[in-house]
Design a protein around this ligand. Structure first.
Ligand SMILES: Cc1cc2nc3c(=O)[nH]c(=O)nc-3n(C[C@H](O)[C@H](O)[C@H](O)COP(=O)(O)OP(=O)(O)OC[C@H]3O[C@@H](n4cnc5c(N)ncnc54)[C@H](O)[C@@H]3O)c2cc1C
Length: 205
């Protein structure tokens, strides 16, 4: 298998990886980013910070229209909402930002290599090798330096045994902590509960 050489290989195109890759390239390094998702930006842009804030924004607008507009002399009686359009707007925000990272990579001459990266055993020549496996086949990258920016994986949480069976438990937990404020704004009749990570257990959200 032929090797493709770089000064730096970054594994993971989340906030940790993409900033480092772009900066390293701006400083003159030849940089590759290995990413196994189809889109750039990691958890934050694809399913974490950005989508949750986009939905929060929509729910806050709805709550303002329902609860506050009347006192300002604005009547929309009653305000209605379309969850599919809310979700479509969220998807659009996510797409613009993930496409934006791909654009920044291109602009800064960072090469994106799609697939799952795996460090191979050292060969004693002071170089690092990363094998990238994708549907199309396997590529071998070689570099003087490798940056692991692969994010985190959930670990078992003894405090919440109901969730330990699912490998995605902490991610679901984060969503459940944020979701109540989104859904409470939309429908005040909903009872929401969230898990207090400091050890307080379940509490009304
Ligand atoms: C619901 C939710 C809301 C959040 N809200 C906020 C917020 O408001 N503010 C905030 O600061 N943080 C927030 N976070 C946390 C934030 O998303 C993370 O801190 C951030 O994404 C971590 O960035 P990272 O680059 O370290 O890892 P990640 O974003 O996880 O990126 C790692 C990337 O590496 C890729 N990868 C992993 N292994 C490989 C491999 N072997 N080969 C190729 N690619 C690989 C993954 O596909 C991924 O794209 C939120 C998280 C969640 C779940």
């Amino acid at each position: 298998m032929s090797e493709v050489s770089f000064d730096l290989i970054v594994i993971g195109a989340g906030p940790g990886g993409y900033v480092a890759a772009i900066r390293a390239s701006q400083l003159g390094m030849k940089v590759a980013v290995v990413e196994q998702r189809k889109t750039m930006g990691g958890v934050c842009l694809n399913e974490g910070c950005i989508p949750s804030k986009a939905l929060l924004d929509s729910s806050e607008h709805f709550a303002l229209a329902r609860d506050k507009f009347v006192s300002h002399g604005i009547d929309i009686n009653p305000p209605t909402m379309s969850v599919p359009r809310m979700v479509a707007r969220k998807d659009d925000v996510v797409k613009k930002l993930t496409d934006g990272i791909a654009y920044l990579f291109k602009k800064n001459k960072v090469q994106v290599v799609s697939g799952a990266g795996c460090l191979t055993a050292p060969q004693g020549d002071g170089l690092h090798r990363v094998e990238v496996t994708a549907a199309a086949g396997t590529t071998l990258l070689v570099a003087k330096k490798v940056l692991l920016a692969t994010g985190g994986n959930p670990s078992k949480c003894r405090a919440c045994p109901l969730m330990v069976k699912q490998s995605s438990a902490p991610r679901k937990l984060s969503v459940s902590v944020k979701c109540p404020s989104i859904w409470l704004s939309l429908a005040p009749g909903i009872s929401a509960w969230s898990w207090d990570l400091s050890g307080g257990g379940l509490a009304p959200g």
